[in-house]
Design a protein around this ligand. Sequence first.
Ligand code: AMP
Ligand code: GLY
Length: 422
Amino acid sequence: MKVLLVGNGGREHAMAWRLAATRGVKVLVTHGNGGTDAVARAVPVAPNDLDAVVKTARSERVDLVAVGPESPLAAGLADRLHAAGLKVFGPVQAAARIESSKAFCHEVLEAAGVPCAPARVFDDARAAMAHLATCPIPAVVKADGLAAGKGVVVATTREEAIEAAKEFMVDGALGAAGRRILIEEHVVGEEASFMVLTDGEHVLPFAPAQDHKRLNDGDLGPNTGGMGAYSPTRALPPPAQKDVVERIIRPTLAELARRGIRYQGVLYAGLMVTKDRGPMVLEFNCRFGDPESQPVFARMRGNLAEVLLACAEGRLDQVKVTFDPRVAVCVVLASDGYPGRPRLGDPISGLDEAAAQQDVVVFHAGTKRRSDGAVVTSGGRVLGVTALADSVKAARERAYDAVRRIRFDGMQFRKDIGVRSL
Ligand code: AMP
Ligand code: GLY
């Protein structure tokens, strides 16, 4: 079986690694990064170049296109592939709106009666300011559109909330993505990332994970794409996962179906597990999480290509996935200046030594191989050092032991990944 994987970050390296673990599965990856060469063949296609992806999928006669990131899905890549008669894992544009418009997502959740943080949607800056003058603080200001992790401000003062709304709506800091905003009630609890596969009818839950969104230890500093993750998380034990499928996932799929939208692909619920109201949705994403994919695929067993194909063909009830019972901890190594302006081109040393440690996988994200063979930084999040062990404590020790062997100038990482679960 031949799979074209769209994307080139840490999530895609983890997916390619897992896909290639099954004998007979050939993986092609758009662009690739400094680590994907070992498991996939890179094709010179940009993930957002829809024409080129369709053309390559055809000329390479792939059996399946699996889409990693949200932006090609939001731009309609799955629709284009369907129209070309190709099989695709990932939602069509109308379904990807669950992520690409937070206002649409909120409307669907309310209509479906799914527990979520109460929110109001604003197109008019003056109306938003009037609301912010009196609403409870902290408040969460969210840009409606895709903003690569920069569209959410958890404001602890009224001034900060007003400033965020002004930046998004008036100054146009995020372009069209921020002209419409949501102002959401701040909810408190333990966060969990719960990803399920669905073909629109059947639901196949993946192991839950917990992300670490802030740059610095103790959940301080600016928001990032994610500085580390681990799986499983105590925040969502198996009975709670069942509850989320019944009370959150299925009603959302039913409401989408009522609107004529069949959702096929990953549905990723970003949850806040509250003490009094149970799990509530903070957001939905239309793809696997990054860096959650790294620990989750490190634990996954079985034939990923077959599972993704079954999902694309609407027969998800015919496949199963299992997860290694051990804990996986992934520590993200980021470049100097991330999440603002990352510095690029720094040589990385110690990769082979780190990867040779027992039960350690080093997933690449923002790396590339120079013509002289050296692997250098090429993005904000550079590597996801992932380790498996019997406990969170042991997996942390293993992951950080591998991290210590890797060096590049200005390397930043959190030292407390997984500490909340100790
Ligand atoms: P999102 O991209 O919507 O997941 O938001 C990014 C982060 O902001 C989340 O992971 C939470 O830590 C935080 N956040 C978002 N919405 C809320 C909310 N309503 N209450 C508290 N924290 C939130
Ligand atoms: N790690 C958060 C996300 O993938 O959206």
